[in-house]
Design a protein around this ligand. Sequence first.
Ligand code: HMG
Ligand code: MG
Length: 298
Amino acid sequence: TTTDFVKIVEVGPRDGLQNEIVFVPTDKKIKFIDKLSQTGLCSIEVTSFVNPKWVKQMSDNKEVFSKIEKKANIDYPVLVPNAKGLYDALEVGVKEVAVFASASEGFAMKNTNGSIQQVLDRIKEVTTISRGKGIKVRAYVSCVVGCPYDGQISPKSVAKVTEQLLSFGCYEISLGDTIGVGTINSMNNMLKEVLNVTSPKKLAVHCHDTYGQGLVNIIVGLEKGINVVDSAVSGLGGCPFAKGATGNVATEDVVYMLHGMGLKTGINLEELVECGNFISNIIGRPTQSRANQALHKK
Ligand code: HMG
Ligand code: MG
């Protein structure tokens, strides 16, 4: 049944690679995404249309998006911060965008050069234009439990930003523990407050694994009825504007966990592991996925 299906949004090509200092050649990014498209994933965040002066790694966004092989049953969202990014994305035929807001003032300023409200105003413009063109908009809220600049974040401010993003017409809100400081208790407290303003069917969890809490924090979300999970193959990821953040929880580990719980993802773990090995070889670092390490132990 649909209730045992958990949707995974693979963010490795975007959240993963944006944090790599050495430029990953464009053809390798394309090959990486094409390989991910063969694993059974149904949503892959491809790239971002942000200011290339801020994130050089994503400056080949148009070429990457244009040249990947798009499969009919897969969504290929891209991250956009403002109307300029949206218009650039529309030029290459993007059908879904992801916008990003913050629950903390400090991170809003460092990541997007504006206050929380200024960022929400830009997002409102993006959603208004998108609605007129039939473009789906997903939204992130960053720093939902902690911020590298402001410290602990109040669950109420997460709920407030979530509510506004939904009122703009975003179809799903991905709650980001940007720096991976969340624990069972802080995730629970945050989700309780957010679930006062919306249903779990409108939510996703986006956990970074800095303190090794990624999987348990996902479980907290699942227990509350959330069935969309963001992750990055090989545990790639991080945000250049969030000091101390490490990678996203590894998709291979999430899939291993979910399948072990009798839940369905539609994803072939072995093929996913191959994608992880492919990108790890390119960036020259061993995989951060424990499932991959275990499966390949000789
Ligand atoms: P700004 O400097 O305030 O922008 O940056 P501006 O509107 O004042 O424009 C300044 C210049 O940027 C102009 O060019 C614009 O054309 C250009 P100039 O006249 O100087 O030549 N510009 C752009 N160029 C390309 N694409 C655009 C664009 N917009 C303006 N879209 C801005 C504001 C938001 C653009 C900037 O701060 C930015 O690009 N930030 C990107 C930050 C980023 O990518 N962070 C990582 C992603 S978020 C994340 O990782 C968290 C997440 O994973 C969830 C989680 O874990 O919590 C999503
Ligand atoms: Mg992230």
